[in-house]
Design a protein around this ligand. Sequence first.
Ligand SMILES: Nc1ncnc2c1ncn2[C@@H]1O[C@H](COP(=O)(O)OP(=O)(O)OP(=O)(O)O)[C@@H](O)[C@H]1O
Ligand SMILES: [Mg+2]
Length: 398
Amino acid sequence: MAVRRTVSGGTVQDGVLAFLDDRDSVRVLQDFAERNLLSIIGLMRGGIEQAIKDLSGRTSPSRLIVDVSRSKNVQRDVIHLADLCDTDTAVVLVGKDEGIELYRELISLGVRDYLLKPLSIESLYNAFDLRSGVAKGNRLVGVIGTSGGCGSSTITAGLGWYLSEVSKRYTCVVDYDTHFASMALLYNRKPTLAIFDGLRHPDRVDRLFVDRSMDKVNERLTLLSGRLDEDAEGGKQAIKYRRLLRNIEPCFRYTLCEAPRWQDRACQALLELSQILVIVCAPDIMSFRNAVELFKIATEEGKGHTRIIVVLNKQGTYRQGEIGSEQFEQLTGVRINHIVGFDPTVLQALNQGRIFVGTGSSLYRGIEMLAADVIGERMIKHKGSFARMKEKLLPSIG
Ligand SMILES: Nc1ncnc2c1ncn2[C@@H]1O[C@H](COP(=O)(O)OP(=O)(O)OP(=O)(O)O)[C@@H](O)[C@H]1O
Ligand SMILES: [Mg+2]
């Protein structure tokens, strides 16, 4: 691995050196390095103490990632570590402490970033200033629900609204449920014929088509939702679902596409193309079983390039028989990333032509967390209160 001189007169070895003390973080880092073709100089068990011992006898790496969760005095240890590193080394710390004060202090000490556990690929992309998954910054987010009425359309619509309205990202929502066009209803819009033209002639879909034929829900949110009388034109060839997404995606920062689970070809397109796939399930055994199946298929199809986010929606709907997220995780080994509680205000909002009644609703709070995860922002609980501070880790592109 190449060793090069730096402006400070020292040397760094190109690659990642990591000191991590749990298997999950190690796995995420390996995946991250593989995707970005980064060489791993070393993957050591242990945290900052081990790093200090090890670095005193070796060349500083270009990227260093260190777990500080076991340190008794993080600031002191980080100052010590800084003495051993070249100024060109990008140091990223991993810990459990959510305090904003600590975060600020570490940044002021020259640390590139401080990431909360559990470590995610997205957070590493942001920390090391690399673009996610593909060379360009646009992202395709697929959404598939695992049982009827689990809320996948509501989650998609909420996420689209949040990304465009709150996060100010140019977003497109594509509704591949061409039987019901629920997304149009959720945004209180009329279904349009654009989806028919788009699926029939995907290669004609460009910026002009987007501007002229697609529906604008707000300044930054564009919608493609409508009914096809029969899916002969669009549905017979999977390639058309894929091509349509491929041509829409460059026009937006985020393209969210929901495919109903019975629509095989549309789902297939999402499994193949999505950089992030959101699997929405309800808290019942049927939905969970399907979620595990879908997770397996998505993991195989995505070949490690798709990040899967599992959302448990409507938790607390039933008085009895619901399966808890912990129980589910223990039984299946599939992690639930976000839980959205049953929201008694959802129908009221829908009747008013809105998605949420207010920012305090459990649906809104769930969407807020999901959006932060999709974008790569971090939500920090401040001093135990519910007030959350967002630390933006991605430059705003949208
Ligand atoms: N978190 C929630 N709390 C309460 N109700 C919810 C929640 N999420 C969705 N709903 C309600 O559940 C119903 C089904 O939601 P939605 O249509 O989004 O589900 P879906 O998975 O897309 O259904 P389908 O399988 O028919 O496409 C709707 O009435 C919606 O308002
Ligand atoms: Mg639906």
